[in-house]
Design a binder for this molecule. Sequence first.
Ligand code: NAP
Length: 265
Amino acid sequence: MTDGNGGASADLSGRVALVTGASRGIGAVTARALAAAGARVIVTDIADVDGMAAEIGGLGLRQDVTSEADWIETMAFARAEAGGLDILVNNAGIFALKPLVDTSLEEWRHMQSINVEGVFLGCKHAIPLLAERASRWAGGGAIVNMSSIAGMVGGANTVCYGTSKGAVRLLTKSLAIEVASLRIRVNSVHPGFIETAMGDQAIAAFSRSADMSEQDMRDQFARAHALGHNGQPGHVADGIVFLASDRAAFITGTELVIDGGMIAQ
Ligand code: NAP
């Protein structure tokens, strides 16, 4: 670990990072940011990632985060093609806006399988690889799990999503205690409204349920952030790179809220 006297580096040279759900949105921008910080980045997604991998000079692999077989294959790929793993960003996720009473058991399970089980499987299969190389780095190995402000405060018609993101928050804290002795840090990230395809999907759903235009809903979201505007994927990526780096060497089991002050109010 660092000596705590300042000067820890944000340079990720020599490190191997894996980002799930990285074909677009927050995952894609995070992969670019990790690569810019010097990491060799493996991008995975249920969608095609070859273009993304080529753009950042990284490696790409199709992966469904709900499949344990895919996780086993992805870890074998990381070991064979990149020599191991130092940073895992469990980013893949889905969103839905629906009242609890209208949510089918299948819809509930589908969301939990991606947003929660995907994170569980990622941590489970990455920890042995992260532990192997953790002593190389002042800040050890790092897992960053994608939660949301919806995992910290309640909201109507988001019970299914909020439950999944709340589970990720507590999975992160308990796991951080469990693997601290392996020199692996585990933290969660909690964005506010971020302009991505999922953000567009959320705006469309919220505006339909409130009978408002999408532009009015987007403006309402912007006003709900104390800073007066919605977030961009890069705002979240910057926080993830920080948590993955030695600058966060004494930070584990905590949550980084990146929401322009939305839930501080
Ligand atoms: P996005 O643009 O929809 O990107 C999510 C990516 O995950 C997509 O490429 C999606 O692929 C992929 N994915 C979905 N299911 C998958 C699976 N089973 N296996 C592998 N990949 C899968 O969303 P985003 O806005 O960047 O969100 C990224 C993360 O941030 C999510 O966990 C989300 O909950 C969280 N978040 C977002 C916001 C926001 O306002 N945007 C706020 C708070 C938290 P397909 O499109 O092919 O399904």
